[in-house]
Structure formats: structure tokens, C-alpha cells
Design a protein around this ligand. Structure first.
Ligand code: CP3
Length: 360
């Protein structure tokens, strides 16, 4: 605690020893010498080094649940790609699993839940009053190890899925193009949907707080399926719960990434978060007009731009940054990096951001 006359500023000990805190300064709207850059899904299949750790284990879940190995792949993109932040290697699906719905990650297909929530009977099985610190201890342990091994080189980002996206997996039981079972529930049994969303929110708040206690320097909420709801439904079943979460997180910067929620951007910008993540269909200048200097914008190069040549990547990255009319930016893609992107192309993206001179 540092005392400035009568004001008390809480600076978590862990942030005081960071060698590169650009992303935290960007999130808080402070002075920057250049834009920070990282990639959603940077810890994953784009790196051969990740694939070899993954191949040495029985599968994705063993990697997620083995803190030393999860920490190892968390740090790989910092060592190899030179990003300005690490993101803890885990998955949004550890939350529904902790709530009593175990998942499997099926090769080339994706997540699969044997039990799903479709009615009141199913809801009985959905736990929300349990010791999060104990049940998800492997995530907090991975955060501690990753920070120790990073030695303060860059901040570590914690994350969770937004309640709506987690509901989608709990109801559907697997990925889907339409998530029509989940959307059906909003019409046929909105009370059940609200009860489920409420339970997910309570667990998510406790989960993010524990990640912060373990050493996460900032947190991001991923609402990957925000865009499948219209604005009214997203307000009622999406934003209402994200609001509860962001209002409960006090000590570190919070990013909200609601993919595809174009018609709700004005309401997203009113949330009590530091940073709004934009996908590549969202217009940065329009969002900047809405928020002025009150928030940081993260994004939003089209992930497919990284299939271009090195010089095309340089050009699209520079023109993205030329479109900024403020310093308050964290450069990223508009969604996760695709697994077949050449890591050399990712390096070009990162170098271009790092070499760019701020024009403010
Ligand atoms: O960003 C990072 O590098 C950290 C790790 C991370 C993973 N998943 C690892 C992962 C993060 C932040 C996530 C978030 C996540 N997981 C989201 C939200 C972000 C988004 O992409 O919209 C969602 C919707 C999930 C659920 C999920 N996990 C799906 C649908 C799949 C299968 C599809 C796929 O990408 O393979 C996963 C698997 C997954 N999560 C992998 C990784 C590295 C690939 C699994 C493997 O190694 O075989």
C-alpha cells in the first residue's frame, strides 16, 4: 500500500517487479512508448514446441491439468514469439467441469460433454457452492509456476469464458454452428437459463479472483458466442452477467471480448472494464468515437491476414495502427490465431507492431 496524502493506491506486489508492463499501462490508459502486442490463442498449436509437449502427454486435458507443463507452454510464446504478455494455458471449459459437467476434448472434433443441462432435473447436478480454490487448484498452481519462470519479463493474463458462452457448451454439450438448443432455452425456459447463468457467474467471479490471488496481472472474459444473440437477448442473458463479473473484479485491469456483438457495442462500452476487445468486423474508429479516451481497445486484425506474405502482413498491421486516433490500444488479432499459421508470419506481425512509431 502506498500512501499519497489521504489516498491509498493498491498496487499488487507482483506488478511492481515487472520488466515490461506495457500492456498494463495500455489497459489503464497511461503513458506508452509503443503499442503492446499479444495474440489470442498464442499458446497452442501454431508452435511446434507446443505440439511436442502435447504429444508427450495423453491429451489436451492432461496438459491443462499438469501445472508444470501448462506453465511451460504458457511461456513458449514469450520466448519464441516475443509477445508483450503471456496468457495462462488452460481452457474456458474447466469451469463447467468444476461445476459437475466433465468434458472430453476429442481430437479433430472439439469438446464433448456427456451430461448436458436442458431441464430442471439436469440443473440439480450443476454445483456452484464449492471450494473453487481447491477444485481448480491446478490452474492457480500453473499461474504461480508460470510467473516464477517468467521472472517478471511480461505480465500474465488470466481468463474465463463469459456466462453465456459457458451456458452454450453446458446446454449443447459440444460445439455448434447455431447453438440452437441454447437459444431455444432462452425462449422455452428463461427462468432456468437465468438460474444457470447466475450459477456460472458466481463460480466465475470466485475463479477470476483466485487467478488474481495466484498472480494474474490482468484478466480477460471471452464471450465467443455473443454474436449469435440479438441485442435485446444479449442484454438480458449476456451483458447482465458480464456486468456482475466486471463489477466484482477490482484489483487488476479487465478486458471484455464479446465476439460478434456488433449491435451491443454501445452497451459493452458502458461496462466497468478497462479494455474492450474487438473482432475484425468491428469498426475501431466508431468504437473510439463512442468511448473517447475512457477505455482501451484491443484487436483487431483479421486472423486470416496472417496467411498473407510477410510484406502484406506488415502493410495490414501498419494500416491497422495508422487508423488509431489514440494511444489507448493493445494490438491483437480479432479472434484466436488459426493453428496452421506459420509462426514466422506471427513474428512479422509482432515485429511490425514493435517497430511502429507512435504518432501521438
Ligand atoms: O489463448 C491461449 O493461448 C491460452 C489458451 C486457451 C485455450 N482455449 C487453449 C486451447 C484459451 C484462452 C482458450 C479459450 C477458449 N476455449 C475459448 C474462447 C476463445 C475463442 O477461441 O473463442 C473457447 C470457445 C474454448 C473452447 C474450446 N477449446 C474449443 C471449442 C476447442 C476445440 C477447437 C480448437 O480450437 O481446437 C478447444 C481446444 C483448445 N483450447 C485447444 C487449445 C490450445 C486445442 C486443443 C489441442 O491442443 O488439441
Amino acid at each position: 500500500m502506498i500512501s499519497l496524502k489521504n489516498h491509498f493506491i493498491f498496487i499488487p506486489l507482483s506488478t511492481m517487479n515487472l520488466k515490461n508492463d506495457l500492456i498494463l499501462r495500455a489497459a489503464r490508459g497511461e503513458e506508452l512508448e509503443r503499442y503492446p502486442v499479444w495474440l489470442m490463442r498464442q499458446a497452442g498449436r501454431i508452435l511446434p514446441e507446443y505440439r511436442s509437449v502435447r504429444a508427450s502427454l495423453s491429451g489436451f486435458k492432461e496438459l491443462v491439468e499438469t501445472p508444470e507443463r501448462a506453465a511451460e507452454v504458457t511461456i513458449q510464446p514469450v520466448d519464441i514469439l516475443d509477445v508483450d504478455a503471456a496468457i495462462i494455458f488452460s481452457d474456458i471449459l474447466v469451469v463447467p467441469e468444476a461445476m459437475g459437467l466433465p468434458y472430453e476434448m476429442i481430437e479433430k472434433s472439439g469438446p464433448y460433454f456427456k451430461n448436458v443441462v436442458r431441464n430442471e432435473n439436469d440443473l440439480i447436478k450443476v454445483e456452484f457452492q464449492f471450494d473453487v480454490e481447491d477444485r481448480l487448484s491446478y490452474v492457480f498452481e500453473a499461474i504461480k509456476i508460470a510467473n516464477k519462470e517468467l521472472g517478471g519479463r511480461v505480465p500474465l493474463i488470466g481468463f474465463a469464458g463469459a456466462p453465456w458462452t459457458i451456458l452454450c457448451y453446458m446446454v449443447e454439450g459440444r460445439g455448434s454452428k447455431t447453438f440452437s438448443e441454447s437459444r431455444k432455452l432462452l425462449y422455452t425456459n428463461p427462468i432456468l437459463a437465468h438460474e444457470l447463468l447466475n450459477r456460472i457467474s458466481l463460480v466465475t467471479i470466485a475463479y477470476l479472483k483466485q487467478q488474481i490471488k495466484a498472480g494474474a496481472h490482468m484478466v480477460q472474459i471471452f464471450d465467443s458466442w455473443a454474436g449469435i444473440l440479438g441485442a435485446d437477448q444479449y442484454r438480458e442473458f449476456g451483458l447482465k452477467y458480464i456486468e456482475k463479473i466486471v463489477d466484482s473484479i477490482k484489483d487488476v485491469p479487465v478486458t471484455v471480448f464479446s465476439k460478434g456483438a456488433i449491435s451491443s457495442l454501445n452497451e459493452i462500452c458502458e461496462l466497468n472494464c478497462n479494455t474492450v476487445g474487438l473482432d475484425w468486423n468491428m469498426n475501431i474508429s466508431k468504437v473510439r468515437e463512442m468511448i473517447g479516451e475512457t477505455k482501451t481497445i484491443q484487436g483487431n486484425l483479421d486472423p486470416c491476414a496472417l496467411y498473407g506474405s510477410h510484406s502484406e502482413i506488415e502493410q495490414s498491421t501498419i494500416s491497422l495502427m495508422n487508423s488509431f486516433s489514440s494511444k489507448r490500444h493493445i494490438v491483437n488479432l480479432g479472434h484466436g490465431v488459426y493453428p496452421d499459421i506459420d509462426p514466422e508470419k506471427v513474428k512479422t506481425f509482432i515485429k511490425t507492431v514493435k517497430n511502429y512509431e507512435l504518432h501521438f
